[in-house]
Design a protein around this ligand. Structure first.
Ligand SMILES: [Ca+2]
Length: 375
């Protein structure tokens, strides 16, 4: 066994000496050998191919964290995400994090470059398809306050020990639940059919001529009756009947499709009211018009989102914006009065936010009002 100290071409000779009966013989066999000093870390050989083929680990759902499994410090990595976003670059087994803006199947490639000790550059890639789940629904410009049922969350009957900010019971005792939800903790559980049931609501101004769209996340609880749907109605005041929606005082915004037993997001058709409304009402519906608890259905709802869509017609614009509104006392730790400076010519939504812009309270002012009490 012999170890050479440096690379080169060496002539190795084998000299054999021997003989019998006083005769001595010599023989020499020589052969050139090429010696290449090997660097264990940086070789463009089968170890490199194997290291790349070992691939990468994936953790998290979205954002995802990817980390090569078997590369070493000779290697640089280019990540191609498969969604058209800029590539990322790392070295060795360093991890990298990426967020996809929408769910789907993506083809991700880890392209590895190694510069070996003798200057050879080798490049190989490992690619993989994987499924990214849909990111949580976000609802920008949501007219509904606390549509995710997250703020002020206390489980129990709404208005009877349970609480979720901005929402109140409009029929019976809907439950605020925290053990199950579409996304963030907090959801509402209600029962009902066509004539009897539970309902939740909040003040919300719908203006004639504007167009609105509802999305929500819901599920049928696999008990009692199926065919459960969620009914969204606008009204000018508290709804008097679980079933009736009298013209002039109430209008259907959206009667959802029949819910499945897993949390699913449903989206309404566009709805354009022909008059102003001031309240949102959400109730349960199924195929039974029998006032009997044995014929009701149970459902859970979450992530209520109502947005104004399209362009407001000129006729609905506020002709004279309120520019001289005053609030007093200011500052205040309690009640305050907002003076508009003139009578309102249309219903107005008053939204109280904290310094971070998070909505705290929403109330409705009617046409003709010149001031409004906030508490
Ligand atoms: Ca929620």
């Amino acid at each position: 066994m012999h170890t050479y100290g440096s690379s080169g071409i060496y002539t190795v000779c084998l000299i054999i000496t021997g003989g019998t009966a006083g005769m001595i013989c010599h023989d020499t066999i020589c052969q050139d050998v090429v010696v290449e000093i090997q660097d264990d870390g940086c070789r463009c050989d089968s170890t490199f191919f194997a290291a790349v083929a070992a691939g990468f680990s994936i953790s998290g759902s979205n954002p995802l964290t990817l980390a090569p499994i078997a590369l070493d410090t000779c290697d640089s990595v280019e990540w191609i995400w498969g969604d058209g976003s800029p590539n990322d670059y790392t070295a060795a087994n360093a991890s990298v994090t990426h967020t996809y803006t929408s769910g789907g199947v993506y083809y991700v490639c880890m392209v590895v470059t190694r510069i070996s000790s003798n200057g050879t550059i080798c490049k190989r890639e490992f690619c993989k398809n994987f499924q990214v789940p849909e990111p949580p629904q976000t609802c920008e410009d949501n007219l509904v306050l606390n549509g995710t049922y997250t703020s002020g969350l206390t489980p129990g009957n709404l208005g009877g020990g349970g609480n979720v900010n901005n929402w109140s019971s409009i029929f019976n005792t809907p439950q605020v639940i925290t053990h199950d939800s579409c996304a963030e903790a907090g959801a509402i559980q209600m029962w009902g059919n066509q004539v009897v049931g539970e309902g939740v609501g909040q003040p919300l101004v719908f203006q004639a001529g504007n167009t609105y769209q509802v999305t929500f996340c819901g599920m049928w609880m696999n008990t009692v009756q199926d065919s459960v749907r969620i009914r969204f109605r606008a009204s000018t005041g508290p709804l008097g009947s679980y079933f009736n929606c009298p013209s002039g005082a109430c209008d259907e915004i959206f009667l959802s499709p029949v819910l499945t037993t897993t949390w699913t997001t449903y989206t309404s058709a566009l709805w354009t009211p022909t008059q102003n409304y001031s309240n949102l009402n959400i109730t349960i519906w199924n195929n039974f018009a029998i006032n009997n608890g044995a014929y009701v259905s149970w459902a859970r709802i979450d992530d209520i989102c109502i947005r104004k869509v399209g362009v407001t017609t000129a006729a609905d614009d506020v002709s004279a914006p309120v520019v001289s509104a005053k609030i007093f006392p200011n500052p205040t730790g309690g009640d305050a009065t907002l003076e508009f400076g003139a009578a309102l010519d249309a219903p107005a939504t008053l939204l109280v936010s904290d310094l971070l812009g998070r909505p705290l309270q929403q109330t409705v002012a009617a046409p003709g009002q010149t001031s409004h009490q906030l508490s």
